[in-house]
Design a protein around this ligand. Structure first.
Ligand code: SF4
Ligand code: MG
Length: 313
């Protein structure tokens, strides 16, 4: 992902002047084959928009998305349609993302129909996929409302797996589920990764879930990536003051390990009118003069650990 930006236009004020919400403002990172890259941040930070640009569901205003050496942003619609089978998406809400009028079998085979897979093969594949995600193959003839949230998300995962994708973008796939069900779905995703060599972009706001599933993690704030590191490095020595605050708020079962909680003041500024300099300076407990003026750029502090913060110059 190379310097992608997504600006949504809107009109404002008496003169209806055109302005932009900078939903994603210059994000770069790469995901290695077979890993889970966790993208974390509060709601509205641009993580879903980033995921949708990678999936080509929305076009970046600027920047490029490369997949296995191919610049997806340059493909014609027809070329992109063929490539699409390599990357699939699992959505947040397992209630809204499954069409209530379609049987489970129709939901799962939809991507196979689009890609012209023959009927006999599809029928065989539907039962195989249901079993792969831990559901009975007899469920194929039922409708989504007959299932619990966790089961529906398994159906969504089966649909995503239908074409043997290489990359799955999972946007908050467990946030809508009961806590007791969340770990089952996360464990399923991990098992599937081992079995099929899948690569995941896993988007979430919950740092415990992100820690559990990710190999590497990117932290977003106000449309920008502020820190990227491998999991252990990020949780053991978070560098960005925003990451430090997020991690300090994670409940830790062993109270002796509890870090002092850093409570951030103020609200997230509007992405229509982001602060000058470092986007975090209005809330950062360590901000100094330079932070208001100069945008910090990413720099490497440890191996596989970069941060955008003036404290590390
Ligand atoms: Fe805080 Fe300054 Fe670092 Fe931004 S650059 S996170 S305001 S210390
Ligand atoms: Mg979102």
């Amino acid at each position: 992902v190379k310097n992608v930006k997504k600006f949504f236009p809107f009109k404002k004020g008496w003169f209806r002047s055109k302005q932009f919400v900078k939903a994603v403002d210059g994000v770069s990172f790469s995901i290695k084959e077979g890993e889970t890259f966790g993208l974390v941040g509060e709601s509205g930070c641009g993580k879903s928009t980033t995921g949708r640009m990678i999936m080509n569901l929305i076009q970046p205003t600027e920047g490029e998305v490369w997949f296995n050496g191919i610049n997806l942003t340059e493909l014609s619609p027809e070329q992109l349609r063929k490539k699409r089978r390599d990357f699939q998406m699992v959505f947040q809400d397992p209630y809204a993302s499954l069409n209530p009028r379609l049987k489970v079998s129709d939901i799962i085979q939809e991507p196979m129909v689009i890609h012209g897979i023959k009927k006999e093969e599809r029928i065989h594949r539907i039962s195989e996929l249901l079993e792969t995600v831990g559901l009975h193959s007899e469920y194929a003839d039922r409708y989504p409302h007959e299932f619990s949230g966790g089961q529906r998300q398994r159906i969504g995962i089966a649909r995503a797996l239908a074409l043997n994708p290489k990359l799955i973008v999972a946007d908050e796939p467990v946030s809508a589920l009961d806590v007791s069900i969340q770990s089952q779905v996360v464990n399923l995703l991990q098992d599937l990764q081992d079995e099929f060599g899948l690569t995941y972009l896993f988007i979430a706001h919950d740092l415990s879930v992100i820690e559990h599933i990710s190999h590497r993690i990117g932290v977003m704030y106000l449309g920008k990536l502020v820190e990227v590191a491998n999991k252990d490095s990020l949780y053991e020595k978070p560098l960005h003051p925003y990451t430090q605050a997020l991690i300090s708020a994670v409940p830790i079962p062993n109270p002796r390990l509890k870090r002092e909680r850093i409570v951030l003041k103020g609200d997230i500024p509007s992405p229509a009118n982001p602060p000058s300099g470092c986007p975090f300076h209005t809330r950062c407990p360590k901000a100094f003069n330079r932070c208001k003026i100069e945008v910090p750029i990413m720099k490497k502090v440890y191996p596989d650990h970069v941060v955008a913060c003036h404290l590390y110059d």
